[in-house]
Design a protein. Sequence first.
Length: 48
Amino acid sequence: MAYTRALLAGVLAGLLYAALRVRSPAPPPVALFGLLGMLLGQAAPEAL
């Protein structure tokens, strides 16, 4: 359920950015690495 809410929040933020014609604050590769880091950080406590 948490992943669904996170996905919906991301889609909502993307739609808001598109509606306001605001450019993303980070270049796409940097943003993807940031998302990867968040996922790894969330999974780390469960793996330990």
